[in-house]
Design a protein around this ligand. Structure first.
Ligand code: TIU
Length: 224
């Protein structure tokens, strides 16, 4: 069973693939979080929420491994390079107090995954200090423990944390597919460029496909 994808059909493995949901936390989609501190219109990201909800429900129904990530730093900022904290000309920076608590700090209200996508028991929730989900996290060990070979990516933002994580996964030998309408950027052109560059050159980073194709193929391949 294949998924209709770019640049060519994505072959589903015998064993269940994993779903990786990148950084669907209040910091990026709600006013007053890290995303808006950088000067972005965060409302642009909200349109993917129902799509990510649908994919998450299918992954749960099929018993897939689900990994949620959050971009998060320790309260003492010991895992936040000064270069990252000082980048940009923002009035409020990582670790500073905002309307949803300290920006991008683990445990603060703004760092929580949005209500409708909250992880369930048995799902992994990874706090990651970098843009990539593999950097300084246990992600690779978790995937190895579960014999995962194929990964489906969604979340925000497309050209920052999603693309970085997908490239890290690609370099580690995983077959990766980015779900087109389940990822979003503050810059629509950057989203499109990222989708294009992933599947260019014969799938140099992996595949992309709309959620409808992904969901119907997953259900036919792994459903009862
Ligand atoms: N600023 C931006 O587009 N993204 C980030 O800072 N982090 C993630 O992409 N999660």
């Amino acid at each position: 069973m294949n998924i209709d994808a770019k640049p060519y059909p994505f072959e589903l493995p015998e064993t269940l693939p994993a779903l990786i949901i990148i950084d669907m936390q209040r910091d990026f989609v709600e006013q007053g979080g890290f995303g808006s501190s950088l000067g972005n219109d965060v409302t642009l990201l909200l349109k993917i929420v129902p799509v990510v909800e649908r994919i998450l429900q299918v992954a749960r129904d099929l018993g897939m491994l689900v990994i949620h990530t959050r971009e998060a730093h320790k309260a003492d900022l010991s895992d936040c390079p000064e270069s990252k904290r000082m980048r940009g000309q923002c009035a409020v920076r990582i670790g500073d107090q905002g309307p949803m608590g300290r920006l991008l700090i683990d445990g603060e209200p703004g760092n929580e995954i949005i209500d409708t996508l909250k992880p369930l028991p048995g799902e992994y929730e990874i706090a990651k200090p970098g843009k990539g989900a593999f950097y300084a996290t246990a992600l690779q060990d978790i995937l190895s423990e579960h014999d995962i070979t194929h990964l489906f990516f969604c979340g925000v933002t497309t050209e920052v944390c999603v693309q970085t994580s997908m490239r890290e996964a690609n370099d580690r030998g995983y077959e990766c597919l980015l779900i087109e309408d389940a990822t979003e950027s503050y810059f629509p052109d950057f989203k499109q460029a990222t989708l294009d560059m992933i599947s260019a050159q014969g799938g140099i980073v992996g595949w992309t496909s709309p959620s409808e194709s992904v969901i119907s193929a997953l259900k036919s391949r792994y459903g009862q």
